[in-house]
Structure formats: structure tokens, C-alpha cells
Write a new protein. Structure first.
Length: 206
């Protein structure tokens, strides 16, 4: 008997509680994201590479559905990172921290907009601004600047219904971020950050 009631309740949730996304709908998601750089650098003239730590931060995204299957998503958040130049001819150099503001817009295709489980893929563009550079006092580096970046973004994810309004979300993005860095007005670095961004969160349909 208990199995019968459990099966009936589960069937009712999946069939009657679908937060389907339709043309003209807005979706708002709040995620916790892990930003994990896949970094690399060419540093002149001291050689070496770059090490950029991962960051866990909140992210807000807003989606609008042009059709039942096609949506555009704006992704908003800021990510602070600690940065070091490593294995250079002068050893490892602590470059302090920097904060990234990487607004990203993707165009998505949603495969099953009327189902309780709704996977999607997306591709778009990213613009990253660098700010709040903070060098360690007394260190080798006394000045640093980062050029802003413009690049490609790719995305895959899925929404899972909780009820007719709320849903859970998982999302994975790769973002092409490249910056030219100048240190002490003498050392230059071409830095690829190229992070993988994994997010999990909750969303609401309007």
C-alpha cells in the first residue's frame, strides 16, 4: 500500500507540477558557482607560467524565451582570484589578487520545454573587466595592470522541476578569457584564464 501511494504521489508531481518554460517567459536563477581557471601564460622576459586559484561565489542569471525552445541568458557575477607567476627566472612571484566582472550572454536551445527535466545547450559571448588589483606590500611586484577581455562562451545544463513555479538547476560553462598583463612597467604576460564554471542553484519562472 505504501508503495502505491508513493508511486501515485511521484506520478502526480511529474505530470501535474511542471514549471514548463514557454515563449515570452522569464526565468531567474540563483546559483552557487565554482570558477576553476584552466590557466596558462607567456611571460616576457622572465619566462615561467601563471597560477590562478579557484573561486566559489554566487551568480545571478536572467533568461527570456523567444520561443518555447530558444532563450537568451544573461549571466552576472564577480569572482576574486589570487594570482602568482611561477617557475620564472626570478622564482615565484606573488601578484596578489584581482577581481573579475565577466558578464556573459548565451543563446540557448531547450530540448524538452514542456517536461519536468529540461536539458539545454548554449553558446555566446563574454566580456570580462578586471578591477580591485591588490598587490602584496613589500613584494617584488610594485605595479600591475590587466587589459579587459572579449571572448566566446559555451554552456550545457538542465532544469529540474520542484513544482509549477520553482525548479532546480545545474549548469556547466567554459569561458574564453584572455588578458595582457603588465608588471612593474617592464614585464608583460599574455595570460589565458579560460575557466570552467560549474553551478548549482534554484530558479523561478515568471
Amino acid at each position: 500500500m505504501n508503495r502505491f501511494f508513493l508511486s501515485t504521489a511521484l506520478l502526480a508531481l511529474l505530470s501535474g507540477g511542471v514549471a514548463q518554460a514557454d515563449q515570452g517567459d522569464w526565468l531567474i536563477r540563483l546559483r552557487a558557482i565554482n570558477v576553476s581557471p584552466n590557466e596558462g601564460a607567456t611571460i616576457t622576459p622572465i619566462g615561467g607560467d601563471v597560477d590562478i586559484d579557484a573561486s566559489v561565489v554566487p551568480e545571478l542569471d536572467i533568461s527570456y524565451f523567444f520561443t518555447d525552445h530558444i532563450a537568451a541568458e544573461l549571466i552576472l557575477g564577480v569572482t576574486p582570484h589570487d594570482v602568482s607567476a611561477v617557475n620564472t627566472s626570478v622564482g615565484n612571484v606573488d601578484l596578489g589578487s584581482v577581481t573579475l566582472l565577466p558578464p556573459t550572454v548565451t543563446l540557448q536551445y531547450h530540448f524538452t520545454p514542456d517536461a519536468a527535466f529540461r536539458p539545454y545547450v548554449g553558446a555566446g559571448v563574454n566580456y570580462t573587466a578586471f578591477f580591485n588589483e591588490d598587490l602584496p606590500s613589500g613584494g617584488t611586484a610594485t605595479s600591475i595592470s590587466y587589459d579587459d577581455s572579449f571572448g566566446f562562451a559555451a554552456q550545457v545544463g538542465a532544469d529540474f522541476d520542484v513544482n509549477e513555479t520553482w525548479f532546480l538547476n545545474v549548469d556547466l560553462k567554459w569561458i574564453d578569457i584572455n588578458t595582457d598583463v603588465t608588471i612593474n612597467n617592464a614585464i608583460t604576460a599574455d595570460v589565458d584564464i579560460d575557466p570552467w564554471v560549474f553551478g548549482i542553484g534554484i530558479g523561478r519562472r515568471f
